[in-house]
Structure formats: C-alpha cells, structure tokens
Design a binder for this molecule. Structure first.
Ligand code: AMP
Ligand code: ZN
Length: 466
C-alpha cells in the first residue's frame, strides 16, 4: 500500500508503527458556523481512508478535533450575546448531523480544545523548560522557531526566505518577540473573552498547540498518519511538528497526507464572491450521499471543481451503482439455486482486485470508482442474461463490500407515508406545547433521517421531502 507523503514528497510504502494498527489524526473544523463543502472534502476522504484500512483488517484509532475556542467563535458569541460554548456546541451538533448525512462515521475520539487546556499548559511548560519556548512580559508565550532544527521540513520553506518575508509580521503588540517567525503558544485574555488560568497569565492557547496535545494524548508521541487540507501544511502542520518533536524528542507523524482544495466553477470558494455553499445548502437539493460520491470521484490530491453539472453526473453515477446493488439484493433471493462457475468467480475477483490496486496506489478513489462501474456493468449484463443464486450472491456481496468502503449506502430508505409524517408532526407540536423539547427534537431528527425537512412558519409547520 503506497501513500504520498507530503514530508518526503514521494509515494512510500505504508509501514505501520505497530503491525495491524493505524493511528491517525485529522485536523477538524473550527465550529463557528455550518460546515461548508470545502470542509466536507477532508471529512469524506479521510473517512474513506479509515474504511479502507479497516477493510484491510487494520485496527484504526482515528482522532479528529473540533476547534471550539477561536476568534471567530468569540466574535459570533458577542454578536448573539451568548456564551461562546453556546456557539460551539450548536455547530458541533450541526456538524455531526451533516457528517451523518454524508455517511462519515464518527471518529474514535472527537476531542474539544476547551477540554484539553491542562495538557496544553503542560506541553508549553515542557517546551519552556527545554528552551524551545519563552514567556514575555505580558504573559504571551512564543515558540522559538530557530531553536528547532527541522523547521520548514514539511512545507519545504527555508528559514531565511521566511525571515525576509516575515519582517512585516512584527506588528504592534509583538515587539517582545525574539524573532518575527516565532509563533504564539499562549496569549493573554482580552476583555470579554473566555480565559483559563496558567503559570504565565490568564489567557487562552494559540491555535497550533491543541493538535499536538490531543494527538499525543489519544494516540501517543508518534502517529502513523496526520491529515488535513493542503492549506494547513504551512504554518499549522509545520508548527505542530515543531511543538511535538521539540517536546517529545521523537518523530511526530510518519506520513503526512493533504487533500487539495475544492473550488466552485473554477474559482476559489469565498463568501465575498457569493459562491459559498454549506453542506446544509446542498442537502436542500441532493441526498448528501451524492456529495460524498462527487468528492470521491477525483483523486484527493487533485483540485476538485464543484458545479451543478458535475453534481448531476455524480447523482446519475451513484444511482446506477445503488440500483444495481438493490437489484442484486432481490435477485439473489429470487433466482434458482445454481453453483457459480470458476469463470464467474474469477471475473468478479478481477474487478475487486482492480479496486484494491487503485486504493493501494495512494487511495486513488477515482480509479476505484471506475472499477466499481465495471463491476456494475458486468453484473447488469449477467443479470440480463440470467444468473444462478450463488453467482448473484457473490456479485451482491462483493459490490456491497466495495460500496461499504466508499461509504455508499445501498439499503433502500424506508418510505414514510404522508399520514405517518402528519401524525409525527402533530405529536411534535404537542410535545413542544408540553415543553417536552427533548421529544420534539427527537421527532424532528427522526423525520430528518427519513429525508423529511420541517419548517416552522407563521402558518404552522410545513414539511418537504429532501
Ligand atoms: P477550517 O475550519 O478552516 O480549519 O477547515 C477544516 C478543514 O477543512 C481543514 O482540513 C481545511 O484544510 C479544510 N478545507 C477548508 N476549505 C477547504 C476547501 N475549499 N477545499 C478543501 N478542503 C478545505
Ligand atoms: Zn491541526
């Protein structure tokens, strides 16, 4: 199995630290809003990586954080006049709903930055003790970049180039930095911001330290794979390496994987250009399975362009696979007993091998999906010609296995009758009147799971099928 390692800039054979086990960490979103479709790309891709490792019988310990203390969260909390935990809790819950819709399984652990402050203080203290960090007068703690010999190894940046580019970074308030490249580990609180006690000042951590600390706590000093979007290579991941390796004295992550960006109509997605979509926006028009399938239709290191046409193509492609899978499920129950021939078995095995070969080659999901289409075509032709039970079951079992790796759901969704929906909505209204909000939310979620979206309007509750 080969993985392209950003650190060495080449594909390398994957050798786990511990045989049969994979320890991986993927930087998660900052929770101040609904996640956008760019954020969905690493979620879907790394979930597929995890599924493929599990298919290969690895035990995967997968950690992905939620950054729940950050300037943007605090700003939103001030705007709404609420505590910042209200904002972060709300958007973590919304993110989990989107993940479920995209069939992204929850990680083994989803740590929260605010719950790991003690560990961050400990690591910062270790860095100071070892001479890799220093506190200045106002209580800010900086990482001493020049002291860490490997700085720049991930991004390929040279310290002196960085230095000349960074002169302007000596902004007001940072005059006490020893070097413009030094980055913040801990900073003093500002009026109205959440803060924690620390040996240096009442304040909060810089962004980079949380990943080093959570990764160490849940996976150990050294991990197999660290992932995220390519924008994180510098400075975030470069700084994580500096912090983790300076603190532990050992290599941090052995394989660094970065997904390329998702663009919209060949332009960078941005709120100001008006081409910004949340995952929730997409769910108004599509089953989120389509978004997942769309994301996997390109190799993760290629930029991916999002457009209405490409989403339609993904929808049709996905339907073709799901229809064949469902037809096989029925066929294997319906057709007469008949043993499978050696040729039939060999043909199916060849498509599965092609799928595996593509995935083994740096998770080439685009080629893996081509192999699935070939298997589907072969299954359809075989079914049209008439097949026996054993062959139908074998086709079905293998297609289901490949769909499971890609995270494609092939089971038919149970359809709710309109009358059942109306009855549940009435029950929800009654629960709300009785202030039983837990039950009311439960009903809303139960309906959402079946693709029924509720809208509370002045004229009452309206519903529609997603
Ligand atoms: P953020 O909340 O900005 O820290 O992003 C969370 C994750 O989404 C990170 O791994 C980012 O690299 C990734 N990401 C953000 N925008 C995009 C995009 N347009 N395309 C692909 N990945 C993205
Ligand atoms: Zn991170």
């Amino acid at each position: 199995m080969k993985i392209y390692n950003t650190l060495t800039r080449r594909k390398e054979e994957f050798i786990p630290i511990e045989p049969g086990k994979v320890r991986m960490y993927v930087c998660g979103p900052t929770v101040y809003n609904l996640i956008h479709i760019g954020n969905a790309r690493p979620m879907i891709f790394f979930d597929t990586v995890r599924r493929y490792f599990e298919h290969k019988d690895y035990q995967v310990n997968f950690v992905s954080n939620f950054t729940d203390v950050d300037d943007k969260i605090i700003k939103k909390a001030v705007e709404e006049g609420v505590d910042s935990t209200v904002i972060s809790e709300r958007y973590i819950a919304e993110c989990k709903k989107d993940m479920e819709g995209m069939n992204v399984r929850p990680a083994t652990t989803h740590p929260l930055a605010t719950q790991e402050i003690g560990g961050m203080i400990d690591m910062i203290a270790t860095l100071i003790e070892k001479g890799y960090a220093y506190a200045v007068e106002d209580g800010t703690v900086y990482f001493r970049v020049r002291k860490f010999k490997g700085y720049g190894k991930l991004s390929g940046k040279n310290l002196d180039d960085l230095q000349s580019g960074n002169r302007s970074l000596l902004v007001t308030g940072e005059e006490q930095k020893e070097d413009p490249m030094d980055f913040v580990l801990w900073k003093p609180k500002k009026e109205g911001e959440p803060y924690w006690e620390s040996p240096w000042c009442q304040g909060r951590p810089g962004w980079h330290i949380e990943c080093s600390v959570m990764s160490k706590k849940y996976l150990g000093d050294q991990i197999d794979i660290h992932g995220g979007g390519e924008d994180l290579v510098f400075p975030h991941h470069e700084n994580e390496i500096a912090q983790s390796e300076a603190a532990s004295g050992t290599e941090f992550a052995r394989y660094w994987m970065h997904n390329a960006f998702l663009n919209i109509d060949n332009k960078k997605m941005s709120k100001s250009l008006g081409n910004f979509f949340t995952v929730r926006d997409i769910s108004e028009n599509y089953d989120l399975q389509v978004l997942r399938f769309f994301m996997l239709s390109a190799h993760y290191r290629s930029p991916l362009n999002f457009s209405a046409d490409l989403m339609e193509a993904a929808k049709n492609g996905l339907e073709r696979i799901v229809t064949a899978a469902q037809k096989l499920q029925e066929e294997k129950e319906r057709v007469a007993e008949k043993p499978m021939t050696a040729d039939e078995k060999a043909s199916v095995d060849a498509y599965v091998e092609k799928f595996d070969a593509a995935m083994d080659d740096d998770f080439n999901t685009a080629d893996a999906i081509s192999a699935v289409f070939e298997l589907v075509k072969y299954a359809n032709t075989s079914m049209a010609a008439g097949i026996g039970k054993e062959f139908a079951a074998y086709l079905s079992q293998n297609l289901e296995m490949l769909c499971e790796i890609l995270g494609i759901v092939t089971q038919k969704k149970e359809e709710l009758l309109d009358a059942d929906i109306e009855a549940l909505i009435e029950e929800r209204q009654a629960a709300r009147k009785a202030k039983n909000f837990a039950r009311a939310d439960e009903i809303r979620d139960q309906l959402a799971e079946k693709g029924i979206l509720l809208e509370d309007t002045r004229e009452g509750v309206k519903w529609k099928k997603a």
